[in-house]
Design a binder for this molecule. Structure first.
Ligand code: FAD
Length: 338
């Protein structure tokens, strides 16, 4: 591990001032980051220990006052500070009653110990999952290298990888919580060094590999997520979330699905359907949404929507099992609503 200095940020402005602007060109090179924000530190220290991230300075934003609040109001919706831990979200009664799919997603993420430390801001900004991308021995496309090791039809270990939007990079987004947040049409509030704030829809927060393979989201070096906002649900909003894993105790997602619907009786008025571990970013399935909207929520229509979601799937050599897995999980999640 390289030597680094530690800075204890007192405020968002203070943290942003600590970012070394003269090295801004290097900030997206995972091996040469001049400074890095650390919240829970779970992902940051994985990268540092692996030797993939060699920061000169770690800026601890975990103890900045005011970023650890949850508030819910029927008109304003749900505001979750970026330093709120996953454990605090999991135990919040209003989130369980008003935003069930988010409650379910958080409760199925990582382990109780990790949820006690991990923060929501760090969770959505963590880097993608691919063992080659996360190995110092493999210089893949996403790290500026000249190949994708996972894609190779014989030697590529691609069981857990992307089946949608995987033309450029086949890693999957790490956050299974973002699947639920995006389904609720959440937005991300970002503060910058000029003292300004912007609010970005979750759909626009993530950056597809085709747009920029070096980034998974729009965050710039001198930007900090301060909160995540979920719009208020109506009394006809229903939601559900299901995550499929290889090990029952805890595991990264093989396929996870969040569905948020406006219903009238047993009819779907509008649907928001997002897939996790399907693509390099959380994947909104417009095909599934269109297939179920204005339809009765029953087994046949749920199956049709689930199959529609997979029409663009392009599995790799070892992960075609994900297509039927997603079909059954999407169907099951839609039927949970009914
Ligand atoms: C074994 C294991 C299993 C896991 N399983 C799951 C799972 O099933 N589902 C899931 O969703 N997650 C899972 N995780 C992820 C974990 O729960 C954490 O959410 C994640 O590792 C990062 O959270 P953190 O607060 O520690 O972020 P950090 O490690 O502190 O930061 C992560 C990244 O976000 C940046 N960052 C942090 N906060 C901010 C901010 N406010 N503004 C801007 N940038 C910021 C950091 O600079 C860094 O780049 C798992 C982790 C492990 C180790």
């Amino acid at each position: 591990m390289n030597k680094f200095s530690w800075y204890e940020a007192k405020s968002v402005e203070d943290a942003l001032e600590q970012v070394n602007s003269t090295l801004s060109d290097e900030l997206y090179e995972p091996t040469q980051k001049a400074s890095v924000f650390k919240s829970g530190g779970i992902d940051v220290f994985d990268w540092v220990k692996e030797g993939l991230l060699k920061p000169q300075k770690i800026i601890n934003i975990r103890n900045i006052p005011g970023l650890d609040q949850i508030s819910y109001d029927r008109k304003e919706g749900l505001h979750i500070g970026s330093n709120v831990t996953l454990a605090e979200i999991a135990s919040n009664p209003e989130i369980k009653s008003q935003y069930l799919a988010l409650h379910q997603a958080v409760n199925h993420a990582a382990t109780p110990q990790l949820r006690n430390v991990s923060t929501l801001g760090g969770n959505i900004a963590q880097r993608n999952r691919c063992w080659y991308f996360r190995s110092a021995d493999h210089d893949c496309f996403r790290k500026g290298g000249d190949r994708c090791f996972a894609r190779h039809s014989e030697t590529g270990e691609n069981e857990n990888h992307a089946i949608l939007d995987n033309g450029t990079c086949v890693s999957v987004h790490a956050s299974s919580i973002a699947t639920a947040l995006m389904a609720f049409n959440a937005s991300v509030v970002i503060a910058n060094a000029e003292g300004k704030q912007k609010t970005v829809q979750m759909d626009d927060f993530f950056v597809s590999a085709g747009e920029d393979i070096a980034m998974e989201n729009i965050l710039q070096a001198k930007e900090i997520i301060t909160e995540i906002i979920l719009p208020p649900p109506s009394k006809n909003t229903k939601s559900a979330y299901i995550k499929q894993v290889a090990r029952e105790s805890y595991d990264w997602s093989l396929a996870d699905v969040a569905v948020v619907m406006e219903v009238s009786g047993n009819t779907c008025k509008s649907a928001s359907i997002v897939l996790g571990a399907a693509a390099p970013v959380p994947y909104r399935s417009v095909e599934a949404q269109q297939a179920i909207e204005s339809k009765t929520i029953n087994s046949d229509n749920a199956t049709a929507a689930a199959k529609a979601a997979m029409t663009k799937a392009r599995p790799l050599s070892k992960n075609d099992y994900k297509v039927p897995l997603f079909v059954s999980t999407i169907k099951q999640t839609i039927l949970e609503i009914a």
